[in-house]
Design a protein around this ligand. Sequence first.
Ligand SMILES: Cc1cc2nc3c(=O)[nH]c(=O)nc-3n(C[C@H](O)[C@H](O)[C@H](O)COP(=O)(O)O)c2cc1C
Length: 143
Amino acid sequence: METEKVYLLSYVSTGCDNLNFTHIKDILSISCEYNKTHNITGILLYCNKHFFQIIEGPKDEVKSLFEKILIDSRHDNIIKIQEGYFCHRQFEKWQMAFKSYNCELKGLDNFNTQQFYNYINTNLNMDSCISNKVLADFFDLNG
Ligand SMILES: Cc1cc2nc3c(=O)[nH]c(=O)nc-3n(C[C@H](O)[C@H](O)[C@H](O)COP(=O)(O)O)c2cc1C
């Protein structure tokens, strides 16, 4: 049924040259508030200047959030990986899960990788979502 579907969008991008702890803290803070109000969930990874993000929710909300993200000066080189309807929400527990692979940002991590890895492996059909494959490969490579 159309109403049960969730719209998913994922991308990679490059953090701006002076990106720091405060930038990411601010992004997570606004994400927590905005995403909750707009029924959006997802995950944001940061590794060596690169972001990978999956956002999911109602189509209009996902699209309008992405418009904001596209013009955000804290990153550039934004390359969309996937966009479209998916059969169910995958990150319903997270307004915006965050994991960093840079030690200076570790304090901002807000989920347990092993717990999440178990979750994606047991609950998701990995073949059906390229974004989850990217995510799983990312965890395989980086731990
Ligand atoms: C990599 C990255 C990811 C972001 N993810 C979100 C997000 O999930 N939710 C959100 O509200 N803002 C997110 N932002 C911040 C938005 O780009 C924007 O600053 C915020 O929505 C406030 O927009 P406004 O000033 O037009 O209200 C992200 C920014 C970056 C650089």
